[in-house]
Design a protein around this ligand. Sequence first.
Ligand code: ANZ
Length: 867
Amino acid sequence: MESRYQPADIEPQVQNYWRDNRCFEVTEDPDKEKFYCLCMFPYPSGALHMGHVRNYTIGDVIARYQRMQGKNVLQPIGWDAFGLPAENAAMKNKVPPANWTRQNIEHMRGQFERLGMGYDWSREFATCDPSYYRWEQWFFTRLMKKGLVYKKNAVVNWDPVDQTVLANEQVIDGRGWRSGALVERREIPQWFMKITAYVEELLTGLDTLDGWPDSVRTMQRNWIGRSVGLELAFPIENSNEELVVYTTRPDTLFGVTYMAVAAEHPLAREAAQGNPELQAFLDECRQVSSSEAALETMEKKGMPIGVNARHPITGDAIPVMAANFVLMDYGTGAIMAVPGHDERDWEFATKYTLPIRQVIEPEDDGEHDISRGAIVARGRLVNSGDFSGMQFDEAFDAIADWFESRGKGKRRVNYRLRDWGVSRQRYWGAPIPVINAADGETLPVPEGDLPVVLPEDVNFDGSGSPIKSMPEFIETKDPRDGAPATRETDTFDTFFESSWYYARFACPDADDAMLDERARYWLPVDQYVGGIEHAILHLLYARFFHRLMRDEGLVDGDEPMTNLLTQGMVNAQTYFRQQTGADGEEAGVSWYNASELELKRNERGQVTGAVLTEDGQPVEIGGVEKMSKSKRNGVDPQEMIDRYGADTVRLFAMSDVSPDQGLEWTDEGIEGSFRFHKKLWRAVHAHVERGAPPALAVDALNDGQLTLRRKLHATIAKATDDIGRRKTFNTAIAAVRELMNDIAAFKDTSPEGHAVLQEAWTAIIAMLSPVVPHMAHVLWEALGCEGAVIDAPWPVVDESALVSASELYVVQVNGKLRAKLSVPAGIGRDELEATAMADENVQRFTDGKQVRKVIVVPGKLVNIVVG
Ligand code: ANZ
């Protein structure tokens, strides 16, 4: 064993050992409990960032820990390889997206290996491999036949810069999530997956996911957005038509003062014919994004369409408006507006001076002034005819019954969740496997003709998808009669690939089926690890896909992932300067990376000042924020690994805070982890230098040795609970450090002491091995332990060691400390008193005096009162 810790020497050797021995390649073993540990697979963006390092280290620690628990652990990795960035990079660097993607994969694979991740590389795949996407194409054609996918014209969010359709969630404040361009509305034919057919199941299934954070379950519940309401018809004046609306507040029916319809609503379209002003307004409404966030924040606008509705109960005339905040694809695309009790309706009524009427009196005693704002709380009905005096529930039922009994309305459950639009007009994705026949039919590509391979050797200039102008791709034959037909040129949303990859890892080489029997052995995923940004969509789509695959007979069970850990961000200090322009006006902010600065620190290592090396002038210290390119506060993991070794980087990523919290990356932190490694190395080295210790004979141990052993086993108990159950790796590591401090203070050089230390170091190395596997491998060998630490079992708590053999008592005479006694644990009171009285020093103060009272605090203190 080298006396100095040299990670650059040992880490590659250990990685070779794992590779040569195929340590992480697993097969199904029905005799062993399986454990499937998965981190959300990465997009091959080019290089790993610190967020990746943290995410994948967490997964690796859990996987290695479970392996030590004797389980058959699967930890695979692959690449979420389709998507926009490859196209953007291709345009910039003039390389086809496929080449760019595969180069990145090569590089990042090397980085994962360099980090010592225990992956079963034999299962690796990229979603851009035709052998992978052929099966989702096949699945799509199955779903077509089952009626679970369909094509319809839909209003979509159009990103004019990226030239693509965006999902609602990809629109942030009315702008494209990547390009930042203002999003427009367009209507084009799209493929949809009927996720709404599974909506109730997706909702109730959340109740079974005890291993998921509550926050994620709540987000999914809100996203699904189940509401119970009433659909009711308002007759249109001078016509046989009716305007059907959906409301969750039928109790406010008597407060309706206007109606509003979406710009795409047939009533509005009809009214716009011959009304150019209205037509212009409807056109304007289409320009804005249909995302809910955008609708919340934008200015509410409307215009009367020149039609009145009649109140179904009072018969009053009510004007109908077209309004930009009413969504066509929710409810019925029309609303009854109640400005007295809905904030949005109030805002709109105030703007257009429409009447506002109070029909609900809330229960609280607060002042309510309808002229100052809507009263949204539920309460007692007033000014509501026969329904006045009723409370919400009673009124809901009475009004619903009134409409249902007359055939003018019905109770209805509505969901915010819409069907999932999976068509993308982008090139770098899996082709949607359909053929457009000359007679207008849309046909699935026959199974035998799959996969529809995306041409990779393309000239990509960014002006639309190259396959859209590639006859050799487009031209095909009608599978029914061989007549000329064309291929669909849209590709799948990349969430399509990431919705089932977890299952494919069970049998990545299955070439005659999407999944085979192995999926039943490995699924569900026991531990899934990933970012909270995927709390809603990715996880909802995966839950949906799992059910689709279940109903196809491919997997068992309802849910794909039993436990979910969402890790926190990696943050770092920011530095900036407020730039001033020539005219003295502020001209924006410049951000600086710490490597460009000279930092001043206080004695605790905190940064108190910074100057730019280049000009020697100060820069300001900003907040601690998520590492990002824009704020230039990122730290390159590669640099850290080169400088300190993978183990140090892994240790710091795990040791500072619990995994769900934000981790602040600091120089002192990483330095501290490196020092810890050097100290651990030296300590084990010194121990090993003493030669082989004798076998541990517990009966022969003295108090001090028993105390260290007790601490050791208490630490094992804590680390086991912290890692296995609580997933707070930081507190487990802290406990091990504490134990190391006790070892440092243990000056016993006897053979028995040596044996206890051997037990302690062996357990420490085993416990640290999931976090710092390279160093642990080498030290394990140095300690003379059997086999490789990767195959070692997790240390077991010796319960008998936890029972304290002796107790330390403080002995006072008249409240003054006179002695400290070590007595056998559980000693009887009489014996304890006698031992205390027999102490030489105690006797000096009690001699010749009368003992009036003896107070005993068990396990702690004996106070002898003399007088
Ligand atoms: C009258 C009313 C009075 C409403 C009141 C609310 C409060 P959830 O719970 O999300 O389902 N709404 C219905 N369809 C809409 C559409 N296409 N676009 C915009 N808004 C629509 O919300 C249901 C409520 O959202 C409905 O109840 C309706 O407004 C509105 F004091 O009707 B309510």
